[in-house]
Design a protein around this ligand. Structure first.
Ligand SMILES: [Mg+2]
Length: 253
């Protein structure tokens, strides 16, 4: 009797595991962990700019952020946002074609990806390392973020004047950044604007606001503004619409 009961239990277990596997497709099932729930909330807080001025990814979320960045969800989130940008460009923008329809794109982790660099920094588990980042950026090997390059080409073909605005230092990273953008297919933009000495020490919000103010002063209409940091999208003259790309690895004030 005991043997029959054990056999029935075993059969039930096999049946259950098969049903679960079928419902989840062929993907291996990753066990839900309590820390995932906290980290989902943390990332939501980061992306909605409710969690601010954080220096490093919380220790219990290191594996979560690594999985998010490396297993496809990061790309899927970017793809979805870029699709929204495309919808806006296709349906809500009425170009004047007078040469003053402008668009602003940030560079780091918007046009160009620093994911390889941050892989060596535990995906934001280590604090910001200006020397290390400079060494990485000087290599000029940051790959394009494919969905953003797709948007970029559409904007150029559509007749927008695209301005690439970055907090990178003009003096130390100007030429490398230009070369890197070109070798990744970012060509024909109107201007690449890097941080010159007069803006040294300014917050991202203040610096980028000043740059946009100048562009508006020149007569440009900023239809859209895309960046991975809230500081790209806040302040003055932010543009008709702003689009925030995900970045749970670092925070720029
Ligand atoms: Mg950026």
């Amino acid at each position: 009797m005991k043997q029959i009961r054990e056999l029935v239990m075993l059969l039930l277990l096999v049946l259950c595991s098969k049903l679960t596997a079928t419902s989840a497709g062929s993907m291996p099932i990753r066990k839900w962990k309590p820390e995932d729930s906290y980290c989902l909330s943390w990332r939501l807080g980061v992306e909605t700019n409710s969690v601010r001025a954080w220096r490093i990814v919380p220790n219990q979320c290191l594996r979560y952020v690594e999985s998010y960045m490396m297993l496809g969800q990061y790309e899927r989130d970017i793809d979805l946002i870029i699709d929204q940008v495309m919808d806006y460009v296709n349906h809500d923008v009425v170009l004047s074609n007078d040469g003053f329809d402008a668009w602003i794109l940030d560079v780091d982790d918007t046009c160009l990806s620093n994911l390889f660099y941050y892989q060596g920094k535990r995906f934001g588990g280590d604090p910001y390392d200006p020397k290390g980042f400079k060494e990485w950026a000087l290599k000029g090997v940051c790959p394009a973020i494919p969905a953003v390059l797709r948007l970029y080409n559409k904007l150029i073909e559509g007749g927008f004047k695209v301005f690439l605005v970055t907090g990178r230092s003009e003096a130390t990273l100007g030429q490398t950044t230009l070369d890197n953008l070109h070798n990744q297919g970012f060509l024909a933009y109107e201007r690449l604007i890097l941080r010159s000495d007069e803006y040294k020490g300014m917050s991202g919000i203040a610096y980028k606001s000043e740059i946009r103010k100048k562009l508006v002063g020149e007569g440009y209409r900023i239809w859209g503004n895309v960046g991975d940091q809230w500081s790209d999208l806040q302040g003055e003259y932010i543009g008709n619409r702003t689009f925030k790309l995900p970045n749970p690895m670092y925070f720029v004030p």
